[in-house]
Design a protein around this ligand. Structure first.
Ligand code: IVH
Length: 697
């Protein structure tokens, strides 16, 4: 009998302490598998039992409650996501037909396969192809037991609680039910419900969905089924997976049976006997498409006779007996009212055309994206132009062409700005890049949140307790608009302002200010990295710090390097691993007045320490060839490489006879084997740091 089998009220104190320790570790492991890896290692019931036992033991021995006890985790029971459900019969996809010829060929192929005479009629059902999410609902002896999303086809997510909120889906089948049946169908949201949902979301300043399909997906995949209840989902049933204890002759008969069990079946489904009939049904459906209450993206034809379906079988992941006849992307003509330049989080300038709203296949379209400056120029799209736009499925509409015959006389080519429309900083475009970017990194509000996040991140200023949520909230309230604000927060009456915020009180405010104040002195390389200059990661920051030594020198050198003929520019390029492209970004960053202002103001708040060059002569790895392999746990790979280089080592990418030292972290594979085979010295990360004298930097 193991300790676990001992009833909790019979445990000795010693046993209880040991078991609480085990339980904490075990539950943490399951949580990790569940949340981070999406791969639960226990059933929900077993997991709940572990937590219950932990709680019972703790109740009996309150003084044994551990600091890492699972009962102390915020919210006590962490919200668990969706469990995985295995489909008995995989959920496959469909092949596509785009033209009448494709449909003709589909029928011919069937005749050939079944060795039917060419003129033998092949009856098919023609069903609208619903643009939603497929589901599989398992009924055992007429009772709904589990429902799942399609997932990867073999395994989906358990959405039983959510699907039960759809009123029209039977929980118990009416009439005679088979022993087992997996009902397959499509969940969707009507266009009207989608509009209403988005209006309600906008009023709450909540997420706006791009289209009914996304709204349906978002609603169905709510962890909290109470939310799903308030989202009006509908479904159509059209097929089955596993089936035991009943048989059908045709797809049509099956659809009738679905109805008598109580399922909703699409009323526009019909039986066609000829290709001509199929095309006619498809054309009619296309004409009515915009009027339908829900989105469809084509017609699905399925061979009606199930004995034929069985013989036809599957090719790879799609049945030979069915095909989706897709509608072509929809087009419409409209006018470009104006062209706006948007600035993304990375500073990329993207043109967006604002259009006179137009109905494209049932959806009102008011904007179209153009990927970049070049596309805009190539198509010569101008404000006031009449354009042909195309919408295909989910994608944001594109501008296909300009109707030059309708171009207004006074029209002028669009001039792409060279200044950021958000912050006014210069926007530069590198030679072989299609994208123009704002250089106002630190002050541009379009990029600011991302920049601040980077600035405080672990390898940069490493300010604890200033997480993503705080960054966004502080930014939006104008409390911290840029890195300087962080260091002036306290003297700008920050304590009082924080006290007014929910969730902030004496202790947490002290902690935040402590964390900020601890970083008022920082090494040059971390500082340069924290600036978030494009292409300047830890390794480059270290090289720059090593080369220029102080922030003052670096700033002077960057200012002097503006022209390529200058010595300063040549010097910059002479640094190993710094090419023209990195140089351009660096120079642009330091040339931007807004960034210089931030640097000046930061200098009033913090001290950037000069780079402490390690004495290469003394370094035990000077002149040695080293190779890193596997995962490094205390440092990024690039940072470790740069560090080794500054200590005078040469870092190689592969192991050879010439290699002096291999630093192998967990997960090391072929390089480690190679080193062992060649007799090259191998050390762990910890041994390596001990060798070079600690995690310098
Ligand atoms: S039958 C093995 N019938 O279209 C055949 N699918 O592109 C499985 N769909 O994954 C599908 N309406 O999500 C079938 N009347 C219909 C459909 C339909 C929509 C979806 C379904 C499927 C996808 C394939």
């Amino acid at each position: 009998m193991t300790a676990r089998d001992t009833p909790f009220d019979k445990l000795t104190e010693k046993q209880a302490a040991a078991e609480l320790k085990d339980l904490a570790a075990e539950i943490a492991r399951h949580d990790l598998a569940y949340h981070q890896q999406d791969a639960p290692t226990v059933t929900d019931a077993a997991y709940d039992a572990l937590r219950a036992r932990n709680a019972a033991i703790e109740k009996r021995f309150p003084k044994l409650v551990r600091t890492d006890s699972p009962s102390k985790k915020v919210g006590s029971t962490p919200a668990r996501g969706f469990r995985k459900v295995q489909h008995d019969v995989p959920m496959l996809s469909l092949g596509n037909a785009f033209t009448s010829e494709d449909v003709q060929e589909f029928v011919r192929r069937i005749c050939r396969f079944l060795e039917l005479p060419e003129d033998e009629p092949v009856e098919v059902t023609a069903e609208p192809k619903i643009d939603g999410l497929s589901f599989s609902a398992r009924y055992e002896n007429g009772k709904l037991v589990v429902a799942a999303t399609r997932g990867d086809g073999s395994e989906g997510e358990d959405i039983t609680a959510n699907i039960r909120t759809i009123k029209s889906l039977p929980i118990t089948l009416e009439g005679k039910a088979p022993k087992l049946i997996e009902i397959r169908g499509e969940v969707f949201m009507t266009k009207a419900d989608f509009q209403k949902l988005n209006e309600a979301q906008a009023a709450k300043e909540a997420k706006i969905f791009a289209n009914p399909r996304n709204a349906a997906a978002g609603s169905l995949r709510q962890i909290d089924a109470n939310v799903t209840v308030s989202r009006p989902l509908k479904y159509f049933a059209y097929g089955w997976g596993a089936l035991e204890g009943m048989a059908f002759d045709t797809q049509w008969d099956f659809l009738q049976q679905l109805k008598s069990w109580g399922f909703v079946v699409n009323e526009r489904t019909k039986v066609c006997e000829t290709v001509k009939g199929m095309i006619a049904a498809y054309t009619k459906l296309g004409e009515d498409r915009a009027k339908l209450a829900y989105d469809i993206d084509g017609m699905v034809y399925k061979v009606n006779r199930l004995d034929w379906q069985k013989r036809l079988g599957f090719v790879s992941r799609a049945p030979r007996w069915a095909i989706a006849h897709k509608f072509s992307a929809e087009r419409a003509e409209t006018v470009v009212e104006n062209i706006e330049i948007q600035v993304g989080r990375t500073g990329a300038l993207t043109p967006v055309a604002h259009l006179s709203p137009v109905n494209v296949g049932g959806v009102m379209v008011g904007r179209a994206t153009m990927h970049n400056e070049d596309e805009l120029a190539r198509k010569d799209i101008r404000e006031g132009d009449t354009v042909v736009i195309q919408r295909a499925g989910d994608v944001i509409p594109q501008i296909l062409e300009v109707r030059l015959d309708k171009r207004p006389k006074a029209s002028k080519a669009f001039k792409f700005p060279t200044k950021c429309p958000v912050c006014g900083s210069v926007a530069v475009r590198e030679e072989d890049e299609a994208i123009r970017r704002c250089t106002g990194g630190l002050i541009c509000s379009a990029q600011a949140i991302e920049r601040i996040r980077h600035f405080v991140s672990r390898d940069a200023f490493d300010i604890e307790g200033f997480g993503e949520k705080n960054i966004e909230a502080f930014f939006e309230d104008g409390l911290v608009k840029n890195p300087v604000d962080l260091f002036t927060l306290e003297k700008r009456d920050g304590r009082k302002k924080l006290e007014e915020r929910e969730g902030w009180a004496g202790k947490s405010i002290d902690n935040l200010f402590d964390a900020i104040n601890r970083r008022r002195t920082i090494g040059l390389e971390r500082f340069v990295y924290a600036l978030g200059i494009r292409q300047v990661g830890q390794a480059t920051a270290r090289l720059l710090a090593h080369h220029y030594g102080s922030l003052g020198n670096l700033r002077k050198a960057m200012a002097a390097a503006k022209e390529p003929e200058t010595d300063a520019y040549k010097e910059l390029l002479s640094i190993e691993q710094i090419g023209e492209s990195v140089a351009t970004d660096l120079i642009a960053f330091f040339a931007e007045k807004h960034n210089r202002d931030v640097l000046d103001k930061l200098a009033d708040e913090i001290t950037v320490e000069d780079f402490q060059a390690p004495d290469v002569g003394d370094s035990p790895i000077a002149g040695k060839i080293v190779v890193f392999t596997g995962t490094l746990e205390t440092m990024g790979r690039n940072e470790a490489k740069a560090q080794a280089q500054t200590l005078g080592a040469k870092v190689a990418g592969s192991v050879s006879k010439k290699t002096d030292l291999v630093i192998a972290g967990p997960g090391a594979g072929s390089k480690l084997k190679e080193a062992q085979a060649l007799g090259v010295k191998v050390v762990t990360e910890a041994e390596y740091f001990a060798l070079i004298g600690g995690k310098a930097g």
